[in-house]
Write a protein that binds this ligand. Structure first.
Ligand SMILES: [Zn+2]
Length: 281
């Protein structure tokens, strides 16, 4: 032992190198796990001998709500005289491609208007039930004669003549749109025209379909002394339902949408007229 080591051992120190501490490693589970035993609960089990409990009946019908009583609007008191322009033998009066003929189109529209008026309980008189052309003077005479009966029954009447417009003689042209016509000057027909224009705006404005206006006399309708609206004694209006010589108008007129719109303008206009001038308090 060297001197140095002797001193160290005397002081209690050790010269021995310390053993390295073994690294701790996580022990792997080696045991076998036993799952807890599952004991079924007998109360869940069905007793095949137990009688089935009655199942409450399933109500498949929806509960019927008490319906509010619908009171049909009263449109009585007015007779609508419906005139259709021209006849089978009238020359011209058709689209250049011959697909639309004014006399038959006007009759088809009048027939559709008639069906709507039936639904609404609105009285009407068909001035020309024939398909042939009936002279304007004869139309006027029929309407005025009927008007005497209507007045005697303390009812009111209006006269509407249904047409399609034309701008050229048998060629396609650019003019388009719907318009209503009254006789010149302020007449009772202007009130009717206002109602028809109001309805036309409701039907056509949302679709951006053209309405032709003549504002020179303060209202939108056009004025011309057509025989059927000048010589008839009741408020009268003539509708020019789009142009039979405009390609787009003809396509629209011949479509279900176009026909329904034209009918709606007339029917809604008539309803407005009754509310304003027949049923007024
Ligand atoms: Zn016409």
């Amino acid at each position: 032992m060297s001197f140095f080591s002797k001193i160290k051992s005397l002081l209690g120190g050790s010269t021995k190198k310390q053993e390295p501490v073994p690294e701790l490693k996580p022990k792997r589970a080696t045991g076998v796990y036993t799952l807890p035993t599952y004991t079924p609960q007998t109360s869940w089990q069905c007793d095949p001998n137990k009688p089935l409990e009655p199942v409450p009946p399933v109500n498949t019908k929806p509960k019927e709500e008490p319906k509010p009583e619908v009171t049909k609007e009263d449109f009585s008191g007015l007779v609508v005289m419906l005139d259709n322009g021209h006849g089978e033998e009238t020359p011209g009066k058709r689209s250049p491609d011959g697909r639309l003929r004014e006399y038959s189109y006007a009759r088809e529209i009048v027939k559709m208007i008639k069906a709507e008026l039936d639904n609404l309980g609105i009285e009407y008189y068909i001035v020309v039930p024939e398909t042939r052309d009936v002279k304007l003077k004869t139309r006027v005479a029929r309407a005025n004669k009927k008007y005497e009966e209507i007045k005697a029954a303390k009812k009111k009447a209006i006269f509407i003549s249904v047409h399609c417009n034309a701008a050229k003689n048998g060629e396609w042209y650019s003019a388009r749109g719907w318009s209503g016509w009254t006789s010149k000057g302020q007449t009772a027909g202007d009130k009717l025209a206002d109602c028809l224009y109001e309805a036309a705006h409701e039907v056509l404005d949302p679709k951006k379909i053209q309405i032709r206006k003549d504002k020179s006399d303060g209202d939108e309708d056009w004025e011309n002394n057509f025989t059927v609206i000048t010589e008839t004694n009741m408020p009268a209006c003539l509708t020019e339902n789009f142009f039979q010589d405009n390609k787009e108008d003809v396509a629209y007129l011949l479509s279900d949408e176009g026909k329904n719109d034209v009918v709606k303008i007339h029917v809604e206009g008539i309803k407005k007229y009754i509310r304003k001038y027949v049923k007024k308090k």
